[in-house]
Write a protein that binds this ligand. Sequence first.
Ligand SMILES: Cc1cc2nc3c(=O)[nH]c(=O)nc-3n(C[C@H](O)[C@H](O)[C@H](O)COP(=O)(O)OP(=O)(O)OC[C@H]3O[C@@H](n4cnc5c(N)ncnc54)[C@H](O)[C@@H]3O)c2cc1C
Length: 441
Amino acid sequence: MTITVIGGGLAGCEAAWVVSSFGLRVKLIEMKPVKYSPAHKSADLAELVCSNSLRSSDLSSAVGLLKEELRILGSIVVRSADLTAVPAGRALAVDRELFAKSVSRFIQENGLISVERREVTAIPHPDDGPVIVATGPLTSEGLANSISDLIGETGLSFYDAIAPIVTADSLDMTRLFRASRYEDGEGAYLNAPMDEQTYLGFVDEIIRAKKVNPHPFEDIQHFEGCLPIEELARRGPQTLSFGPMKPVGLIDPKTGRRPYAVVQLRAENTRGSLYNLVGFQTKMTYAEQQRIFRMIPGLENADFERLGSVHRNTYIDAPNALDEFSRLIKAPHVFFAGQITGVEGYVESTASGFVVGMYAALLSKGVHPIIPESNTAIGALIKHTRDKPLKKYEPMNVNYGMMDEVSVRSKKHKKELRAKIGLESIGSLKIRLDELREQLR
Ligand SMILES: Cc1cc2nc3c(=O)[nH]c(=O)nc-3n(C[C@H](O)[C@H](O)[C@H](O)COP(=O)(O)OP(=O)(O)OC[C@H]3O[C@@H](n4cnc5c(N)ncnc54)[C@H](O)[C@@H]3O)c2cc1C
């Protein structure tokens, strides 16, 4: 049996290697150097298109835990990053050329993996065997059209306009009030009220903030209903107070009056551990977002689990289009892995590649796959791609708020305990996978 992997990026390489570790043959198809996306430049596999950092190595950060879990599981991407690391304090940064060459070597020297260089423009037929699509945020147009034909146009998005997310336990609830517009009683939103002076100062900071320059291929035509807040602020000092910050239908119980403006926060998960700043998609730099959003009453000490952005990103509506093993419900021979499933970031895409490679291999061998538990960073991340969202499905970086709750009050101890539980759980998963590899090879 041969499994086809389309896309030789981080997810595709990791998935191909995991599939081969179960003794299965892999055909890895990468379109470079025949064709390049607007951001890819090198013919190597596993190219890092922007930053050379795989972010924090610290276990107090969920991405640090995710990397450690992948390291335990034997990820070739994390191993290559360790082998080609450059000094970066508590982060894991790499020499990008050596990194890509290291991953490419792992693939090329693997006798079970063959690499073809061509663009795939249509999803292969079921008779050609299982296929893992890992073509990333810049999937070529031909293939994107073929995916759309399979899942329907609304199932595929091409841009991300995402608003920041904060943890509930970092909010000062004494400064916020709970209410939904025009409704009595316990409302669905947390509202951060502002008086006129605070509002005008806030708008002024947004206008003056440093913004991220778009890549040349990201000439985004903004939809009027989804404009970045700085674009609204630029149109006039009152525009935001008639848009996402409008106070109509809201009474601040402390003053008994309608505030001048509000920032609304909506629960991001059923547990209510994460809150989204409604309508606050932005292209301000990450540092500016943290500085300016902490000016919002109640958010002075906010922990940001995700920051806002507006960028080119092809991703499918994974919770509705895929089954529990990341297969298309409408075409179960097709698996999806990496950023195209709505995980965000180099390490997250690698993690998705690992898990989906494992699912595809085990199902091909007739074994019911093991689903990593959501007390691990990797399991919690994959769960994000499966859980039906409260609103529209949006891509997400890994974060501690996704993981199972633990009953500890202190934030620091909570993260330490989650990391400890996660690593123990991954240790057990590794033992089970090694046993299965022994049996199945
Ligand atoms: C401009 C840009 C900047 C980014 N910067 C960062 C960053 O700094 N840090 C971060 O963590 N994440 C960043 N990301 C997100 C990053 O792309 C992903 O996190 C990660 O690279 C996705 O991994 P992947 O394997 O899913 O896709 P990719 O790494 O993009 O790999 C997909 C591969 O599929 C190939 N391919 C595409 N279509 C076809 C086809 N039809 N046939 C055959 N092959 C095909 C591509 O050539 C590519 O090699 C950035 C994304 C973009 C677009």
